[in-house]
Design a protein around this ligand. Sequence first.
Ligand code: G3H
Ligand code: 13P
Ligand code: ZN
Length: 349
Amino acid sequence: MPLVTMRQLLDEAAKGGYGVGAFNVNNMEQIQAIMEAAKETNSPVIIQASRGARQYAQDRYLYHLMLAAAELYPEIPIAMHQDHGNSFETCKSAIELGFTSVMMDGSLKADGKTPTDFEENVEVTRRVVDYAHERGVTVEGEIGVLGGIEDGHGAGGTGLEHVTDPDQAVEFAERTGVDALAIAIGTSHGAYKFSKKPDGSVLKMELLIEIHKRLPKTHLVMHGSSSVPKDLQAIVNQYGGHLKETWGVPVEEIQLGIRNGVRKINVDTDNRLAITGAIRKVFAETPEKFDPRDYLKPARDAMKKLVSERMTQFGQAGHAGDYTQKSVADMAKGYRDGSLSTQPLVVGR
Ligand code: G3H
Ligand code: 13P
Ligand code: ZN
């Protein structure tokens, strides 16, 4: 089976009223963990690689690992997505390599830190949409800017400085023709999102609901959506880690988002914590071991458990076999003949 596009996965998720987790990968074990979780829960999957991941792994390795996954699990629809593309060139190189979906994060300049102005964001995103859709590839854009800078993405601050303006979201969706729209509602990347369990003063779910009301047909994306579970924090710290007390995005809030148009949920940090906790445990309990398989296997199992739990909570579980998988060529035809029109339905103007 070829890799499928994220647009197909998200259109199907909208029909079924569920969300799809987008999990970041950097190596073979993470891809294996996601695919085993997908098999166990019968879920369609989005696997994403950041620019850092492409550089770390050499992206050609990642691409071929993804082809191996598609070969080994033909019953599972798999989309391969560029996370936080910082320029037209990054997105173009991902498409040339074989990614079936790209994010053009034009909310920030190419440095991944400095917010752009609205026109600059529209212009670069539109350019990526034109290039990608001609080739059947999905595009996610971002309007508003996430907080934090922990992993090198984001404008810093608490996440509340650049939350999405609903009017701009509508204009952005109309002028760019993106397939999916990431919005900023107070979250940030990494483990340190909130200093207490988030309430409406720091996590703006009402803003998300308002944007969904205005753009009911647009697939919304929640970045920075790790829940940073207390039990995973505890395992890391129990075996010698030093994580400060912190809160992530509660799964119930994500589920509220899914009931209000969220179709893609980005999770990386939770998997990093699961992996690190498992490896620390082996090192602490059996310091005599030195075969990497002795700690990478428990690490892979811990990530599989987390991903499987999220697939169930997001509602994608059970939906892998709902539809016939389409190739990028099929999708390119759909963009050409207008059946995949990205003109959003706008309400309330
Ligand atoms: O966008 C953030 C993801 O967690 C990827 O992080 O750039 O460190 O690979 P990274
Ligand atoms: P977390 O850091 O919350 O896992 O967010 C990941 C993300 O948004 C990747 O784009
Ligand atoms: Zn992100």
